[in-house]
Design a protein. Structure first.
Length: 279
């Protein structure tokens, strides 16, 4: 595959046929097969020559080639060991792409990634998108910028704010670590095979420091998870499993209406509750 030649639908289907492969439903494989979309993702990610990029789930290499064309140094992490040789063939003419086989939910990124900063630009499989983003934000600060293509439902959760229909525990976690914005939509027609849902592009920029200061990050998110576990319940009931008889007192001390619901609380509100809980 010559450098600079991105993958079209015909090329994707030929690669699969030549190697006797089929997209795996279990792994949520939908291969990007549109050069314009690949270039658009790289442009929106702000990739410049020399940038170090972690790509998770590169598949056959559509986005990998676009990243390499932009001058990035790419670490392509692929879970499917059957695809890895095909990916290596696709990017063979690109001198700055390294292919590794591993699970983004388990691999030791500290061992894989040298000193930062890193970008992560990925077409994430729908079934693992949320936990992969959460893991990168929580545990690997050298990844400073993310551009992810995900199912619209997941993307809206990543970027939602208080009062939005998609706002939930994942939204609060992302807001704690970073600023997330929906920056584009991607139709099913640019994938092989086409998914049954629309995809979106989410740009995530890590904050220099967490958005709020709390006594315990683990305790903060225990409260958040409990609040959203029964999102239709008032907080004085939803938080009882973690706050017990102190629930109403703690909410009042934090300046939160005990009759409010989790979806109305900002990150600042959750932090105030975490401080009241620790006092």
């Amino acid at each position: 595959m010559p450098a600079g030649k991105l993958l079209t639908p015909t090329a994707v289907r030929s690669l699969l046929a030549d190697h006797g492969l089929r997209p795996s439903r279990a792994l949520g494989q939908h291969f990007l097969a549109d050069p314009n979309t690949a270039r658009r993702i790289v442009r929106l990610a702000g990739i410049e020559p020399g940038d170090r990029v972690l790509e998770i789930g590169p598949g056959l290499g559509s986005l990998t080639l676009a990243l390499a064309d932009a001058g990035a140094r790419v670490l392509a992490l692929e879970l499917d060991r059957h695809l890895a040789p095909v990916l290596e063939e696709t990017v063979a003419a690109c001198g700055a792409v390294r292919v590794e086989v591993g699970d983004a939910l388990e691999v030791d990124f500290d061992a894989l990634l040298d000193d930062g900063p890193w970008h992560s630009v990925s077409n994430l499989p729908y079934n693992v998108a949320a936990p992969v983003v959460a893991r990168l934000l929580e545990d690997f600060p050298r990844v400073e910028h993310l551009m992810v293509m995900v199912q619209r439902e997941v993307g809206e959760r990543l970027a939602a704010g208080p009062g939005d229909a998609a706002y939930g525990a994942l939204s609060v976690k992302v807001a704690f670590h970073a600023d997330a914005q929906l920056v584009g939509t991607v139709p099913p027609t640019v994938f092989v095979p086409p998914p049954k849902v629309e995809s979106v592009l989410v740009r995530i920029a890590r904050r220099a420091a967490p958005a709020v200061d709390v006594p315990s990050v683990d305790r903060l998110f225990a409260l958040v998870r409990a609040g959203f576990a029964h999102r239709r319940k008032m907080l004085r009931r939803a938080l009882q499993p973690v706050l017990g008889d102190r629930t109403t007192t703690m909410l009042t001390a934090a300046g939160i209406d005990p009759a409010a619901r989790a979806e109305t609380l900002s990150l600042t509100d959750w932090a105030a509750l975490a401080h009241a809980d620790a006092a």
